[in-house]
Design a protein around this ligand. Structure first.
Ligand code: IFM
Length: 457
């Protein structure tokens, strides 16, 4: 563990430290003020999808505790808050009438941040697609991209004068592969063709939303948040290196290539192109508009080897062994160099703008003992990963900020409330928030910013 003051000295004075959350994971109030169900509300109601059939009806009750939670954020010493906006609160059926009461909530959130001197980093989509849109095929339907553009425009028209930054999507990989191919997230589809359709609709929706942001609020920096995989081949054999390249194209290239190069990756297209939807003239131009920034969510590496049997679909990889057995309570390998690896690799491959680490953090489920949560492993995780960010800055990469995932324990999707990622513990019976040991450490670090010296030592 690094001393927070010594670590702080390794970051420029204008580096942004923040905390992150997402609407469905914390807000609750799922039927309040005109909100209608999202695909996640429906998914939670299906037996066998979410741990103990838990749901987002109450979550952290953030919708009703907005002011005290904003005070909590302020007390954490951070200068920025990354949150998401719930489409089902704003346009409850996805298309059709706009719900003013939904916009009012985010007005209060944004104004509340401003009043406390906290910068607002909004994400327009963090997985809560209005359920009505599933009637048309959800993300597999091209029409959803245009519905999303109108939603983006509606939000920016109302909030654009007070947002410091906006992201179109959180984690395309999860929206596409995890939700439409692996079936783990809503809508729970397991079908390569559906996934490929979702991929192109979502990429198109991203581009259309960039247009909407730029026309409604041209001064708000717009970006995209990707959980790029830190692909590490299991060996230096030719076969494993080729497997690593295919894994890159599948897990990262399906999103990075259209956005940052204006094309889909070649081997990916050769293998799967016959099941992709039609890419219409002009789509790739819309998708590849220059972004002001991009966000990286990093937790754990992806170790891959070649699958000589070529079983299943591209990318024909097998899981390669881990190098250490240190893992978090959700089972993810702890490997801070993976963060350095993925940033270096992506800047080598693409012309990327400035970067924010928009999520990084660890799942440990220890509870309160004598009014304290001693989560030393989480603290160590943060400390080691932040040291890597400092190394990247030293090496000249344009790292501009870091958001801890998450401000507080919350609804961890298919894992329900069992898995805890917060810097702040939430007692779901009483809704009492208790800052953990890691949260106190992060506060000591973050509260030193901004500092006069904009250079690192
Ligand atoms: O909780 C999620 C978040 O919604 C998206 N990124 C990963 C986190 C941990 O699984």
């Amino acid at each position: 563990m690094y001393d927070p003051k010594l670590l702080a000295a390794r970051f420029p004075g204008d580096f942004t430290f923040g905390v992150a959350t997402a609407a469905f994971q914390i807000e609750g109030a799922s039927r309040a003020d005109g909100r209608k169900p999202s695909i996640w509300d429906a998914f939670c109601n299906m037996p066998g999808r979410v741990y103990n059939r838990q749901n987002g009806d109450v979550a952290c009750d953030h919708y009703n505790r907005l002011d005290e939670d904003l005070d909590l954020i302020k007390s954490m010493g951070v200068k920025a808050y990354r949150f998401s906006i719930a489409w089902p609160r704003i346009i409850p059926d996805g298309t059709g009438p706009v719900n003013e009461a939904g916009l009012d909530f985010y007005d209060r959130l944004v104004d509340g941040c401003k009043a406390r001197g906290i910068k607002t980093f909004a994400t327009l989509y963090h997985w809560d697609l209005p359920l009505t849109l599933m009637g048309d095929g959800g993300w597999t339907a091209r029409s959803t991209a245009y519905a999303y553009q109108r939603y983006a425009q509606t939000v920016m028209r109302r909030l654009g004068d007070r947002l410091d930054s906006v992201a179109t999507f959180n984690e395309p990989w999860c929206i596409v592969w995890l939700s439409h191919l692996y079936g783990i997230h809503a809508p729970g589809e397991r079908n390569m063709q559906a996934a490929l359709y979702a991929m192109h609709t979502m990429n198109l929706a991203h581009g259309l939303a960039v247009e909407a942001v730029r026309s409604e609020a041209p001064n708000v920096p717009v970006g995209l948040v990707l959980n790029a995989m830190s692909v590490i081949p299991g060996s230096q054999s030719e076969a494993d290196l080729a497997a690593g390249e295919r894994a890159h194209q599948f897990h990262n290239g399906a999103f990075f290539d259209p956005v940052f190069k204006g094309e889909y990756p070649p081997e990916f297209v050769a293998a799967l192109g016959d099941r992709m939807p039609m890419v219409e003239d002009g789509d790739l131009k819309i998708i590849s508009q220059k972004l002001d920034w991009w966000g990286l969510n990093y937790y754990t590496p992806l170790r891959v080897g070649d699958d000589p049997a070529r079983s299943g679909d591209f990318p024909w990889t097998l899981e390669a062994p881990r190098v250490s057995d240190v893992k978090t309570d959700i089972g993810w390998e702890v490997y801070a160099p993976g963060l350095k690896n993925v940033v270096e690799d992506l800047y080598r491959r693409y012309e990327l703008p400035e970067c924010y680490i928009t999520e990084n953090g660890a799942c440990y489920n220890m509870g309160i003992v004598n009014a304290e949560v001693d989560d030393q492993p989480r603290l160590d995780y943060y400390s080691d990963h932040l040291a890597v960010v400092a190394d990247l800055i030293k090496d000249g990469y344009p790292m501009r900020g870091y958001f801890a995932w998450s401000l507080m324990d919350n609804f961890e999707w298919a894992e329900g409330y069992k898995m805890r990622f917060g810097l702040v513990h939430v007692d779901y019976e009483t809704q009492v928030r208790t800052v953990k040991k890691s949260g106190k450490w992060y506060r000591e670090l973050a509260s030193q910013f901004p500092k006069g010296n904009h250079k690192t030592t």
